[in-house]
Design a protein around this ligand. Structure first.
Ligand code: MG
Length: 404
């Protein structure tokens, strides 16, 4: 008798202050269930609706073993495909099915993905602040705790509201509120910061930086070329995914390694970026591309084109998602680096089984499946925040909107 899907439900929660969504797939086998990450922090209800009103009835009674078939069924089920709402909902189910498969086999997920290519995954951590001393202090702290890869950044990605002040007073009369920044100032201050960190610390320290798509192409080119001398591990999101050909110009003009992809949702975006050798690191948020099944395929594709993985690992990812990243990190030969952020302690009131950070590496807990448990009653104590987010309202000095 096959084990079948009995119920699919979405569990939104925000124990650390950031909205998280976990999908639970219950099976015909008493006590056997799986958890998957479907976190799209800014449109929680939309994802929960897709999971409970459309995927649950589609999947009930189907064999939990058939992950590829079920993934494709969800993907083409509503005819139009892709987008963060649909992909996150699919991801929640997809990861939960892999979790169930691991529990049935009594093996950790990395074992099903090919076994351990490495025992732990190296991480990069963030150092940011509103002045150079503060950032230097944070880098020192991280280095003293065994971290070898540090992303250095002005606070708020250089938005004037947070760091360089005063733009809101210079903008045109009646300009809308937002997070103001100036691209030219951004480049000048970022180069100053990166040069300082490169000079102050051991030459083997790996430095990373995230542009967050904030520069027009000529400045982006100037910036990437200028940074060559500081030997970055990677420069992230120098170019928006809407302008993929612009990366060819970057490639022709400098050697700074390119990381891209946390905003990718469509497979053609990352397939083309890899096969045309436009990027060195893929940065996808794996729930936003549809879960483990497409992420594993993307990792394999990248291995044929010299592209390493650097999966997105922000606070708006549940512990289930962080562990899914880690299982891929451990098992895929072309792993590059894993992003790892501070964890709010209240997360542990709801979840058990987070990746364990020791001396610059994260380790799995080796439980069967993904290895994360969730206290659903505790989750209810931390309801998700409703409403619209404002951090994406980035503006240029003339008041015009710019990508966040
Ligand atoms: Mg980023």
């Amino acid at each position: 008798m096959p084990i079948t899907i009995k119920k699919v439900k979405a569990i939104p929660t925000a124990p650390g202050g950031t909205n998280l969504i976990v999908v639970k797939v219950e099976t015909s086998e008493p006590g056997l269930y799986g958890l998957g990450c479907a976190t799209f922090a800014y449109q929680v209800k939309a994802v929960c609706t897709v999971v409970e009103d459309y995927l649950d009835p589609l999947l009930q009674g189907r064999d939990v073993d058939d992950i590829e078939e079920l993934w494709q069924l969800m993907y083409q089920g509503a005819y139009w495909r892709n987008g963060p709402i649909a992909n996150n909902a699919i991801s929640g189910v997809d990861m939960a099915l892999w979790d169930i498969k691991g529990k049935i086999a009594n093996l950790p997920l990395y074992s099903l993905l090919g076994g351990r290519y490495r025992k732990a995954a190296a991480v990069y951590r963030h150092a940011s602040g509103s002045n150079i001393d503060e950032i230097e202090e944070r880098v020192s702290y991280l280095v003293n705790h065994g971290i070898r890869h540090v992303r250095v950044q002005w606070q708020g990605y250089g938005g004037a509201k947070n760091v360089w002040g005063d733009f809101p007073e210079d903008v045109p009369e009646g300009a809308n509120k937002g997070i103001y920044y100036d691209p030219r100032t951004y480049v000048r201050k970022a180069v100053e910061l990166i040069a300082h960190v490169r000079e102050k610390f051991d030459p083997n320290l790996e430095i990373l930086h995230d542009v967050h798509e904030r520069l027009p192409l000529p400045l982006a080119l100037e910036f990437a070329k200028e940074l060559e001398q500081y030997r970055l591990f990677f420069l992230e999101d120098l170019i928006a995914p809407e302008e993929p050909e612009a990366l060819d110009q970057v490639r022709q003009n400098c050697t700074t390694p390119m990381a891209l992809g946390e905003l990718y949702v469509h497979p053609m975006e990352y397939t083309e970026a890899m096969t045309k050798r436009r990027i060195d690191f893929m940065r996808m948020h794996i729930s936003c591309i549809g879960g483990l099944t497409p992420a594993r395929k993307a990792a394999v594709l990248g291995s044929y084109f010299g592209v390493r993985t650097a999966w997105h690992g922000p606070p708006d990812l549940s512990p289930v998602g962080h562990m899914a990243n880690l299982h891929l990190d451990l098992s895929q030969p072309n792993f590059g680096i894993q992003e790892y952020c501070n964890v709010n302690a209240r997360i542990f009131e709801v979840f058990d089984g987070y990746p364990d950070l020791r001396n610059g590496f994260i380790y799995p807990n080796n439980r069967p499946g993904i290895g994360v448990e969730m206290d659903e009653n505790a989750a209810k104590r931390f309801p998700p925040k409703e409403g619209v987010t404002g951090w994406t309202h980035t503006r240029l000095p003339d008041g015009g909107l710019h990508l966040p």
